[in-house]
Structures are given as C-alpha cells and as structure tokens.
Ligand binder design. Structure first.
Ligand SMILES: [Zn+2]
Length: 241
C-alpha cells in the first residue's frame, strides 16, 4: 500500500468551522436509532450471531445506510451495533459500550459466547507461558485471568455480565444478558440476565424471556427506527455512520 499524506482534518467533525460538541452529539443520536449492543467472537463461524440476537430482540439489523442529497452516508436504520472480539469476552468491549451510549444511547447489552470457541482451547497459564517463551513478554499482569479464555460457559458469561455491570462507563439503565450461541444450529440460549438498575426503565428490554430460541439464517428487519441525521455544516459531505 502506498503511503498517502494529506490533510485529514476535513474528515473530522471536531475540526469543522463552528464545531459545537453538544450539537454534534445530538445529531449523532438522531442518525442511528441504536438500542442494543452485541459482543461476540471474531471466529468467522460466529458471523450469524448478530442476526440471531436481532431476531430475538426484535432489532433492525443490518438495516440500511441513509444517504444525503449529495450521496454522503449520513445515517443508518440499524438498531443493533456489533462489538467483535476474541471469545466475545466483555473485557474488550467496555470502552465501546461507553461510546455507544454517549453518541447514540443504548438499552440492552448482549454478551454472546459460542460453542466450540477457540477461547476454550487454551488456558490462562498456557497463553501466558507461550507469550513468555515465544515473545519474551510477561503478560501475567496485563489482563484479569478470568477474562483471558473460556473454561466453562456459565462462569465466563456470569463474569462478563458482572464486569459490564460494574464498569463505571456502563449506564445504569441498561439490561445486560449473557447467552450461549450454538455454532451449528444457530440456537441462542439465555444463561444470565441482569435487568436495569433503574426499574422504571427496565421495560426497554425487548427480550421475550420464555427463552430458548432456534434461529433461522438471514436477518429480517422487524421495525423501522427514526433516522436521518439533521443536516448541519459539520456534517455536509462527511460520514455520520
Ligand atoms: Zn470463538
């Protein structure tokens, strides 16, 4: 790839003339009607997890990109965001949760661990020893041991739901769910449920909790969110997501 240097400031919201942070934030909130964040594994076989979660939570996924009059991509109809990390472990998702709430607002966080996951194939001791031997690097204090691999699914999901709940960057109103996804059948099973700490808002959950869900392939949008980022000088010709 050829190295190209140009002034990328033209593509940064914060570098636009008249930039006003809280105004831009309000426009972002209108651009995507986000409700649910799903954290899952980067294993290519796990690619259907967001669609399975979207069906269960009646979310719109992947939705449609909205273009403005100039053809710039300025909004989306999706109500579900993906955070794709090794093993679907929540430790890697905490900052993204904070940002998703800040820009768009969220109601549900769904942590999904899947069957036959590579994260069940090694141990914390094993990867720490290998890293020391192969890369001469001591990572024993780098991550919480309980977040490194998956030794059993109930423990890993309970740990991750608690980790998300205890994070200062997680808004208190969210419902948090931990699910196992069967990689071969698309079945999604609820294992842990931690409802909103603010009871009045707990009704925001869209999960039908009579659960064991047998998924079908292919996303099927079930309702439409409000869209369209409000046009403003900071957004003209820029991507708004
Ligand atoms: Zn995996």
């Amino acid at each position: 790839m050829q190295k190209i240097m140009k002034n990328f400031d033209a593509y940064a919201f914060s570098k636009q003339p008249g930039y006003h942070e809280s105004t831009v934030r309000k426009e972002f909130a209108k651009a995507v009607p986000l409700r649910t964040v799903v954290i899952y594994c980067y294993d290519p076989r796990a690619v259907d997890i967001p669609a399975a979660v979207a069906r269960q939570f009646r979310e719109i996924y992947p939705g449609k990109i909205i273009n403005d009059a100039q053809g710039a991509k300025v909004a989306s109809t999706t109500t579900l965001f993906e955070i794709v990390v090794a093993g679907g472990r929540a430790v890697d998702a905490l900052r993204s949760i904070t940002v998703a709430q800040h820009l768009f607002g969220i109601k549900n966080i769904v942590v999904v661990h899947h069957t036959h996951c590579g994260a069940t194939s090694f141990t914390a001791d094993g990867i720490i020893a290998a890293c020391k031997h192969e890369h001469h690097s001591d990572i024993s204090d780098l991550y919480q041991r309980e977040s490194i691999c998956i030794s059993d699914y109930v423990s890993s999901l309970k740990h991750d739901v608690q980790l998300v709940r205890k994070s200062k960057g997680t808004p208190k109103h969210v419902n948090i769910y931990g699910c196992v996804y069967d990689i071969n059948t698309d079945e999604l099973s609820l294992v842990v449920e931690d409802k909103s700490l603010l009871p009045a808002l707990a009704g925001g959950s869209r999960m039908a909790l009579a659960l064991r869900y047998r998924g079908r392939r292919g996303a099927r949008p079930t309702r439409r969110g409000s869209l369209q980022m409000a046009p403003g000088p900071a957004h003209r010709g820029r991507g708004g997501r």
